[in-house]
Structures are given as C-alpha cells and as structure tokens.
Design a protein around this ligand. Structure first.
Ligand SMILES: [Zn+2]
Length: 339
C-alpha cells in the first residue's frame, strides 16, 4: 500500500460545481439521493453533503455485488455517489435459469442490460454513467482463445483511461473505489477496470497529463473492494451451518482455500447492513444475471447482519492522513478544504 500520509494533491479553487458540466450532466440520474430525509444510518448522523464518491466497475451488476450497500448508505446520507460502468456487459450470457426469455441478438441483450442497470441504480439511490467500452468476455478453454478485437481489455491504457480521467475532473470525487490489481477474479475486464481507475486516480490531478480533458482534480483516496474474501465467505458459511441450514458456500470455501489465494489486506470496514435490502433490490434488478433463488439470497438476512454487517475495503492510496482501522471511506477528508 502506497500511503502518502500528510501530503496533499493539487486542489484547484473556483471550479464550477460538481455535475455542472457535460459528462456528468448526461449521467442517468436514477433517483439520486432518494433516501435523503429517510433513514439516517452509518458512522455519523450528520448529513454528509459536499462529499463525492465514485465507484468504478467493469460490468453492469458488479456495482450490486461489490460495495453496493456502502454506496446506498452514503447516498442516503447525502453524499453524491456516481457509479461508473466501463463496459456494456454485451458478452454476458443469461446466468439466471429462471429468466423467462432469450434475447434474439447482442443488441437486444445490451438494451436489456441498460434497463437492468438503470433499475439497479435507482434501487441504490445513486447516479450512473457508462464509459462505453465493449465487454471483453471471459475467455474459456485450453489454450485460452484470444480476446475479441476492439474489446475493453485490449484498448491501450491512455485511450481507455481518458474518458474516466475526464469524468473524475468533472465529478471531482473525494473517494474512488475499484478492484485490486488481480481484478478480484481473473476476468480481463476486471483487471482492466483496476488499471484505468488507478491511472485516473494517479493522473487526473496532473495538469500535464490528459490535456484537453478538463481541469485537474486529485481524488483524496483510492480503495479496493473486498466483498468476496475467504474470511467473509467462510464466516457466513459457518453461521449458516451452525443454524442448521444448507449452505451454498461449502465448495467455494474448499476450492478457495485449496488454491491458496493470498488474502488482501483489509483497512476499512463500513457498517452498512441497514442497506443490505437496497443491495438485494439492486441485485434482483439484474434479472438476466442474478437468480433470485441463487446463492446471493441463500443466507437469511438477519443471520448475515448478525455475523457480517459490513463491507470491506483496502485503502490503496491516500493523499490525506488517516488512522487504521477505518470505518468510513471519508475518514480524514473535509469537503470545506476544497474551497
Ligand atoms: Zn464483472
């Protein structure tokens, strides 16, 4: 972890208000902050206005399975939350055996996934923006086939990161989230998603980089999502077994433990269980991808809240001082410093 404690990125004064210019204005504002004035939960009761969070994901549905309740919680508290999806998920297949129809073309699939994404964003109460790259698909076989021409993972880094740098400079997030360098799992779009988010975090504040893509803005913190740690899955699995229920996670725990994938560091645990229902609603909105009777919903919610009421993160980069462990992605950030 490269932690630049005590240093401060360039803060450009007198910029227009966030969202005042093109790219963000075009975002699909799906019920943004719809929770405002409703439940107040989380680490503070004070409204968190003036703070901005950008969650960068590879495909539509990733925002609902990784860090989803965190985004819903912050949106409910008054934080501006923008979910960014790098690709359209065009190469996804129907993963829900209960989905009633089969799309007749990739275009129809893309249309369905756009509608699903809009419904998920509304369920989370966040804004959403498509970066517009084409899904690389998950290569399968031995040897693996080459990636399809023109797909996201094959776009040169500067070309792929340019639109995100522009979006960062317009939305001016204090905090960005994305995946760790492995992608969390070896989908080429997830690895590429990490690369472009890390590049945007590093370069958006530098005036001599990505010229013509807006005024510099250096986000303060970059986090990696860690929602599928062996620790979480095995803890939830054990609780389900102890409750005398059938766990869908036994094979997962065994194969994961066997592969000896090193566990990433967790620096930050956000208590967001009051928004698990929003996460679940967002997952269900991705009806082509998520089986409402599948493993995402196999754990009784009160049991999950009992044993794992948090979402976990690794602070990968910080331009503000902070202390560990954290319970808030905005720890150490004061929006009044922006002015
Ligand atoms: Zn994905």
């Amino acid at each position: 972890m490269a932690l630049l404690v005590g240093s401060s990125g360039p803060i450009v004064p007198h910029l227009p208000a966030a969202g005042a210019s093109g790219v963000v204005r075009e975002c699909e504002r799906m019920g943004a902050n719809r929770h405002l004035g409703g439940r107040t939960v989380g680490t503070t009761d004070a409204p968190r206005t003036g703070l901005r969070l950008m969650a960068v994901h590879a495909h539509p549905d990733d925002e609902s399975s990784k860090g989803a309740a965190t985004t819903a919680m912050y949106a409910a508290q008054g934080v501006e939350v923008l979910v960014v999806t790098c690709t359209g998920g065009e190469r996804g297949s129907i993963l829900n055996p209960r989905y009633p129809v089969r799309p007749s073309s990739p275009e129809e699939m893309a249309d369905i996934r756009r509608e699903e994404m809009a419904a998920a964003a509304a369920a989370l109460g966040v804004r959403h923006h498509w970066l517009g790259f084409v899904d690389s698909g998950l290569p399968e076989g031995d040897p693996l086939p080459p990636l399809p021409e023109g797909c996201f993972a094959l776009v040169p880094l500067e070309e792929a990161a340019g639109p995100l740098v522009q979006l960062v400079r317009e939305f001016r997030p204090h905090v960005m989230t994305t995946y760790d360098p492995t992608g969390g799992y070896p989908h080429p779009d997830h690895v590429m998603c990490h690369k472009v988010a890390a590049e945007a975090f590093a370069a958006a504040g530098q005036a001599d980089r990505y010229r013509g893509r807006g005024e510099p803005w250096a986000p303060h913190k970059l986090y990696y999502n860690h929602d599928f740690s062996l620790n979480r899955i095995s803890t939830v699995h054990q609780a389900v077994v102890d409750a005398g229920l059938e766990s869908p996670f036994g094979d997962w725990v065994a194969s994961r433990a066997m592969r000896e994938i090193p566990e990433r560091q967790v620096t930050t645990r956000v208590r967001c269980a009051d928004h698990f229902a929003d996460r679940d609603a967002a997952l269900v909105a991705h009806a082509t991808q998520i089986d409402p009777e599948g493993f995402f919903f196999a754990v009784p919610r009160d049991l999950e809240i009992d044993v794992w009421p948090v979402e976990e993160y690794e602070l990968a980069e910080s331009r503000v001082p902070t202390t560990f462990p954290e319970d808030d992605l905005f720890a150490g950030i004061h929006p009044e410093d922006d002015r």
